[in-house]
Design a protein around this ligand. Structure first.
Ligand code: 5GP
Length: 352
């Protein structure tokens, strides 16, 4: 594991509210418990449960959102999550989150995202570059401190309407100078229809935003086919494909974000030895290891690399290549890619 921690890594599939530390969730639950908003022991049982079906995971997210969705907490968790990734040598992070509107506390999707940005600016353990437009605040300036790139993806929750999805896309366009690079479609895969989100996703793509979709977490082959035909820039999971869609995915060469622990914990894949990582890896299909929800699934990106190495018999050279090749699939410009390649080049010297 130590070696996997020391390798520079690229994280492309991490949900903000799924990456919150358990200790923070407990602290927040205690405060709300004392106020009588929730019953602390109920929350404790839910948070501590180890294996959850995909369905249970979405119930847990509803609970997490009660604990985290106010402006100052959103700021806090954003700072902590970014610092946690930095601490395990993630050099480029695409963090995704669903902008939330909650009129009762005066929260709009924009103010939610402003709170996220405040959290990013509060990061103190590393120098953060979050601006693709060259607005340099809090950036490297020749400093010798550890550095990290952070970009944001705004998630559309499958519970949302076409209008709400469109609002998220417009917000992403507004926030491009602040490091928002794309749109994700996530949320309970048995909820909502592809046709509801398509207009917003099409608009996003036309405007030049990058798109990644949660695809094939349940065996809805019609939706999987429609998603591949849409040609997103990446997809997440790709667990329940039939043969025809699998062939389609491979010939389309759409990069896949692989979340091993998440797939096993949610029982989307019954056992690691039959995980589709192996097939994609052997076919040299573009793929990247990711955490999904490091808090909820008690994992880290280093652990995911370690798990892949031990489960699929990959040595250090292969693992390093796997980490490095992820640069090709990031939603950032060639300048960032070149800088990351240089970072890996340096690292390989030190690791050998
Ligand atoms: P947030 O967007 O609130 O920062 O992060 C939590 C949200 O991400 C969840 O409510 C859910 O919409 C989405 N999410 C997290 N993990 C998963 C997953 O494994 N599958 C899907 N489809 N959505 C997820």
């Amino acid at each position: 594991l130590e070696w996997c921690v020391s390798v520079p890594k690229v994280e492309l599939h991490a949900h903000l509210n799924g990456s919150v530390r358990n200790s923070t969730l407990f602290e927040l639950a205690r405060v709300l418990g004392d106020k009588g908003v929730i019953v602390f022991s109920d929350v404790e049982n839910v948070i501590m449960k180890d294996d959850r079906t995909l369905h249970e995971v979405f119930k847990l997210f509803d609970l997490i959102h009660i604990l985290t969705t106010d402006h100052s907490t959103v700021t806090r968790i954003t700072k902590e999550v970014i610092e946690d990734f930095a601490a395990e040598n993630v050099v480029y992070l695409e963090l995704r989150t669903t902008p939330k509107r909650n009129d009762s506390i005066g929260m709009s999707k924009r103010s939610y995202m402003d709170a996220v940005m405040e959290g990013l600016r509060a990061v103190s353990s590393v120098d953060v570059d979050y601006s693709p437009a060259g607005l340099k605040t809090n950036t490297f300036n020749g400093s010798t401190r550890k550095k990290m790139y952070v970009r944001f993806l705004l998630s559309i929750d499958r519970r949302e309407s076409t209008e709400a999805a469109m609002e998220t896309v417009k917000l992403a366009l507004e926030m491009r100078d602040l490091g928002v690079v794309g749109i994700d479609l996530s949320g309970n895969p048995i909820v909502g229809n592809w046709s509801t989100f398509l207009p917003a996703l099409k608009f996003a793509k036309e405007k030049g935003l990058y798109i990644t979709l949660h695809c094939g977490e349940v065996p809805n082959q019609e939706e999987i086919k429609a998603m591949i035909d849409f040609f997103p820039h990446r997809i997440g999971h790709a667990c329940c494909f039939d043969e025809e869609n699998w062939r389609k995915l491979k010939s389309a060469k759409i990069p896949v974000e692989i979340c091993l622990t998440s797939n096993i914990r949610t029982e989307t894949i019954s056992s690691i030895d039959i995980h589709h990582f192996v097939d994609l890896y052997k076919a040299k299909h573009p793929l990247v290891l990711c955490t999904d929800d490091s808090g909820v699934f008690s994992t880290s990106l280093s652990r995911e690399y370690n798990l892949a190495s031990s489960s699929f018999g990959l040595g250090k050279t292969e693992m390093f290549q796997l980490a490095e090749i992820a640069i090709n699939f990031i939603f950032a410009d060639d300048g960032v890619k070149a800088d990351l390649r240089a970072t890996f080049k340096e690292a390989v010297k030190k690791l050998n």
